[in-house]
Design a protein around this ligand. Structure first.
Ligand SMILES: [Zn+2]
Length: 460
């Protein structure tokens, strides 16, 4: 079999790997490149394969850097099935049209500034709805023959609702091969979703992520204490806490945490605004999938009220969103996107980061060159909507709410495979993290490992 890495190779975003085996061409993920605008834009536009040559897709989870090029693939003529878990199917059905809408807005913006010469957006919200015609859901832990000589099993990755590690059992010209693709590996002990479970057993090839291989996060309990102390501090000075957050997963976890803290008197009862129509829709999807929740929590019984707390207001309309800018603090505003690259958080930041009473609180990964990354690095002046805006607000990060395993959790996951894989491809990280993950794998006695470049192929 042959593997070619067409994304998340030497970087975090754009996850896409082509597996050629058992006479089929299978894509593992089909994600969007994000980050440095022009560069990401070029890479997204130049799809490296003939979409009509791809037989099927296996999707690890619904995050846009893993699923965000699917609408393009379908637009370019892909006709096959896209296999994913039920949670991923339902999340994709709301997230991809939203991504299409952002593509349309981005395109309009570029046209206005005279920067775009290509005649249309990468894809539209309408294009994205066609992806749903291809989605086939496969429950966790049920092996399914997806093509002759190809058996697929999804295993809990504990990263977001529906996230999975992928096991492909392949009859490669009469020789059985087992390929394990980690997807994005989550953390142990986070609220709501289950803990990751490594797919134990022999692997001829492991494709593994490395997002936080060089980091140690706070524990979920420490993260909770930090969150409480920031909210208290900002509430006392009458400021607002802006939390850029992915609409999926993190937002629901934060709402759940903040509610618990307010209920226990650990934070004052400040209003919490979830300003994202997508977050509202994805919260509805959470309600449909108690099968993906941590059963040790009371969540399953309480699913219905799970995210409907008296302090939490869900904001759908643009008018309501704008009113939040005029409102006085203290308040907490959670809005997408998680890396502050697009979405309503940009309006809040433009209006709010000039005020020293406010706090911009990051709770997720910030890819290099994103606005979130620049603020996190301490930039005191940033460009938002083409304008220079001075940042006088406090900026802080809580790593403990990350949806990604840290170094020790990645090591635990690798150990959980039971035996070292014969070969490993290390992906989904920037240079330092990739090296750290390679080191961690060597410690786990994985001798044959490769950190692929974009487009690099490997014969197994
Ligand atoms: Zn992810």
């Amino acid at each position: 079999m042959r593997i070619t890495c067409w994304g998340a190779a030497g970087e975090v975003t754009g996850s896409m790997h082509l597996v050629e085996a058992a006479g089929k061409r299978v894509l593992l993920d089909c994600g969007l490149f994000q980050g440095r605008r022009q560069e990401a834009h070029e890479k997204n536009r130049n799809f490296p394969l003939a979409a009509t040559d791809v037989d099927l897709v296996v999707l690890s989870h619904a995050h846009i850097d893993h699923a965000g090029r699917l609408p393009l693939l379908v637009k370019l003529g892909f006709e096959g099935p896209i296999f994913c878990t039920p949670g991923t199917r339902d999340l994709s059905a709301v997230m991809l049209p939203d991504a299409g809408f952002i593509q349309e807005k981005d395109f309009e913006f570029l046209v206005k500034r005279g920067k775009e010469r290509v005649g249309e957006p990468l894809y539209t919200a309408a294009d994205a709805t066609h992806v749903a015609d291809h989605l086939v859901s496969v429950p966790y832990d049920r092996a399914l023959e997806i093509a002759p000589g190809l058996r697929l099993t999804f295993v809990e990755a504990g990263h977001i609702l529906g996230s999975a590690s992928v096991v492909l059992e392949i009859d490669d010209l009469g020789k059985p091969k087992r390929l394990v693709f980690s997807g994005d590996i989550g953390r142990t002990g986070l609220p709501i979703i289950r803990d990751p479970r490594p797919p134990a057993g022999h692997a001829d090839l492991l494709i593994v992520e490395s997002t936080y291989a060089n980091r140690t996060h706070e524990s979920p309990a420490e993260a909770q204490d930090l969150l409480a102390s920031y909210v208290n501090k900002v509430a006392k000075r009458g400021g607002k806490v802006f939390i850029p957050s992915f609409a999926v997963g993190r937002t629901q976890e934060l709402v759940y945490e903040l509610h618990g803290l307010a209920r226990d008197g650990a934070i004052p009862k400040v209003p919490i605004f979830v300003d994202s129509p997508l977050a509202v829709n994805t919260t509805d999807v959470f309600r449909l999938h108690p099968e993906a929740f941590d059963r040790s929590e009371r969540l399953v019984r309480e699913t219905d009220e799970l995210f409907r707390f008296p302090l939490v207001k869900y904001v759908r309309s643009v008018e309501e969103s704008k009113r939040l800018n005029e409102m006085r603090g203290p308040a907490i505003v959670i809005a997408a996107s998680g890396m502050a690259e697009s979405g309503r958080i940009l309006h809040h930041l433009r209006n709010g980061i000039g005020d020293h009473r406010n706090l911009v609180l990051f709770v997720g990964f910030q890819a290099t060159y994103t606005l979130g990354y620049r603020l996190q690095q301490g930039a005191r002046e940033v460009r938002i909507f083409g304008e220079e805006v001075a940042c006088r607000a406090e900026v802080a990060t809580i790593g403990g709410y990350s949806a990604h395993a840290d170094r020790s959790e990645l090591a635990k996951w690798v150990a959980g495979l039971g035996e070292p894989p014969r070969r490993a491809l290390v992906v989904h990280g920037e240079a330092e993290q990739l090296d750290a993950m390679a080191g961690l794998l060597r410690e786990a006695r994985v001798d044959d490992l490769t950190i692929p470049n974009l487009g690099q192929g490997l014969e197994v």
